[in-house]
Design a protein around this ligand. Structure first.
Ligand SMILES: [Zn+2]
Length: 467
């Protein structure tokens, strides 16, 4: 058992900052309730005298969630590759990103995923939702990424971004990899394990997925019970193409094959129209907003953001620092003169937990039910969901050593996030009850992960020059 003493619990939704208290956590292997918050309250060391103290003082919150990223781009930082100038987004994909994803091989993928996961933990991010591409290394790729998640110890949802752009054999291989990986996770659950990584069904974007592939993806969504994870209308071109070639809006295409549900993740959606927002909302699907990436690719601003019911924040592969992403989201919205305040974006940042819950809550509710049937006292606990520091909640936690220069209360957490609080104060990080970073010191082999990443980055850049 781990104990945090004399901490103030920070909840993002509804926002609050507690009085000084203690928080006890069941570590992996500690029975049915392993990986959850055991108790909160004063003087817990008296109740749990053998618990290891993991922190004394500071602010304790649930871990942050990145709702959309691409770990395959982790080795793109500072790339020294000859990239032709691009006149538009489609050219940018062809000149840069589609050369990068074709250059990925198993070693590069492993190094990329390891460093991306390590980066996330150091920023207080405990769950990364990944959207993977690597057309020359499809089969088994999601298992390589899963291994990296487990080595570093991050929670996540993985998929392969299926596309027709490399031929129909490539498209079939993409669907097959999504199916294979979902079954791998299902087998883990059947064996009684609580997987750290789940599966979704990935597709690149409307403009690179024809009707035949879309039908296969819809089948995969139905057979696996997962959600589709796809880029839609990131650039205006994607929306125009859907209407021009298929006579439908991008969201209508997904809806028409029955692939839209409350586990779906739509990346960007910058150019979706109000009737599409209505469909997304009616299905309870998530919109992953990536403000910084949209700015970098000059694809425009999502002015309909406040109309979506379930907005989450993603980085689209630009690291995994969600407090930095939060700031970009707030300031870009302010610049667009939109109606949202930082407090609205705090709800959006927190909503990533709802997405995580739609994939992982089953592991906690069934454990509680099972324990209850056996008369275990823990079974009587309700499952409070992800994204909160309450008894029975998943122990994905961050202890921050933020020392606020102005009073911090529930009413101004968003203001502190927007104007000061940064990921550098993520001091101790716990995922699924396991300590992963203690007092800023990673408990995984961070130096080796970064050294491997630098070595594989050189290989990746060289292979890009050959493509
Ligand atoms: Zn993306």
């Amino acid at each position: 058992m781990i104990l945090f003493r004399n901490v103030r619990i920070v909840e993002l939704e509804p926002p609050s900052v507690s009085e000084l208290t203690d928080v006890a956590v069941y570590e992996p292997g500690e029975g049915e309730a392993a990986g959850t918050v055991a108790a909160t309250g004063p003087r817990l060391h008296e109740r749990f005298p053998s618990a290891t103290v993991a922190g004394d003082g500071g602010y304790l919150s649930a871990g942050l969630v990145c709702g959309h990223t691409h770990l395959y781009s982790a080795l793109a930082r500072g790339m020294l590759v000859d990239i032709a100038p691009s006149k538009d987004f489609a050219q940018l994909l062809a000149h840069l990103w589609w050369r990068l994803d074709r250059a990925i091989d198993p070693e590069i993928l492993k190094a990329s995923a390891l460093t991306g996961c390590a980066d996330a933990l150091k920023a207080g991010v405990t769950c990364l939702v990944d959207h993977h591409a690597g057309p020359e290394c499809i089969d088994g790729s999601l298992s390589i990424i899963r291994e990296a998640y487990e080595t570093v110890g991050v929670r996540g949802i993985l998929c392969y971004e299926t596309t027709d752009r490399n031929g129909m054999a490539g498209a079939k291989a993409g669907v097959a990899e999504n199916l294979r990986f979902a079954r791998e996770v299902d087998a883990l659950r059947s064996s009684g394990a609580k997987p750290l990584v789940d599966a979704s069904i990935g597709a690149h974007a409307s403009f690179t997925v024809g009707n035949e592939t879309l039908e296969s993806l819809a089948d995969a969504v139905r057979t696996t019970g997962r959600g589709i994870h796809i880029h839609l209308a990131e650039d205006k071109f994607d929306a125009v193409d859907a209407r021009h070639r298929f006579g439908k809006d991008p969201v209508e295409r997904i809806e028409a094959v029955g692939a839209l549900n409350d586990r779906s993740i739509i990346g960007h959606g910058v150019w979706l129209c109000p009737s599409e927002v209505d469909i997304v909302n009616a299905r309870g699907a998530f919109l992953a907003h990536n403000a910084r990436s949209n700015m970098n690719n000059a694809v425009g601003y999502n002015n309909l953001l406040p109309a979506f019911r379930n907005v989450v924040l993603g980085t689209d592969g630009m690291g995994a620092d969600m407090l930095e992403e939060f700031k970009f989201a707030v300031f870009r919205h302010r610049e667009s003169q939109g109606p949202w305040w930082p407090g609205d974006f705090l709800k959006v940042l927190h909503r990533g937990n709802e997405l995580v819950g739609r994939y992982f809550a089953q592991d906690f509710t069934s454990a509680a039910r099972c324990a209850s049937d056996n008369g275990d006292v823990h079974g009587a606990r309700d499952f409070p969901g992800f994204g909160t520091v309450k008894e029975g909640a998943p122990a994905d936690l961050v202890l921050w050593d933020y020392d606020p220069p102005t009073p911090l209360t529930g009413d101004n957490i968003a203001g502190h996030f927007a104007f000061g609080w940064s990921s550098r104060s993520a001091r101790t990080v716990v995922v699924a009850g396991a300590l992963r970073i203690l007092d800023h010191r990673p408990l995984y082999d961070d130096a080796n992960i970064q050294a491997l990443a630098r070595k594989q980055a050189l290989r990746l850049w060289k292979r890009m020059e050959e493509r």
